[in-house]
Design a protein. Structure first.
Length: 172
């Protein structure tokens, strides 16, 4: 989910609707970076085998077959063992919301929401995407839900950077 450079991204205006199909594709062969507070919540609760270190952050551990450590099959569905406390990157899939058009199609990805402009794409790997003209539900419910999630994430990151700068100023 975090490494979408090689994947096809679909601008939101080409998506009729989206819903999770519990296919598990988003949880296989995707390296999930963790915010520090996500790591601090997950590692003590699920143990050191649930995460793995990277150069700049921790990641959810991938099993040898490429599945996420927390992915479990239940009948025909794939479910997350930590669904109610999923990391931000997992909660955002298949949406990628940006402040500038990274994957092209500027006009088709541009979204005006609460007097702000966002560029919204969906990862075409997701089987829950229905291509077509955006439905009323998709525009009025789904997109705003993901934009709000994105805004909360950006706010959290911004607040963290302010705290880091303040602590650096105190030690200088």
């Amino acid at each position: 989910m975090s490494e979408t450079n090689n994947l096809h991204m679909v601008p939101w205006k080409l998506v009729g609707d989206w819903s999770c199909k519990f296919c598990g594709k988003c949880c296989i062969n995707h390296r999930i970076p963790l915010l520090f507070e996500e790591y601090a919540r997950i590692e003590p609760r699920y143990g050191p085998r649930s995460v793995e270190p990277g150069e700049k952050c921790f990641y959810i551990r991938l099993l040898r077959d490429g599945r996420c450590f927390f992915l479990r099959r239940q009948g025909e569905k794939y479910l997350c063992r930590i669904h109610n406390e999923k990391p931000y990157v997992c909660r955002m899939f298949p949406f990628r919301i940006l402040s500038s058009p990274k994957y092209g199609d500027e006009a088709l990805s541009k979204l005006q929401y609460d007097n702000e402009v966002f560029y919204v794409y969906l990862n075409a790997e997701c089987s829950g995407i229905v291509l077509g003209s955006p439905s009323k539900k998709f525009v009025e419910e789904t997109l705003p839900e993901f934009v709000r999630l994105y805004e909360a994430y950006v706010e959290k990151i911004f607040a963290k950077k302010i705290v880091e700068k303040q602590s650096l100023l105190k030690t200088a």
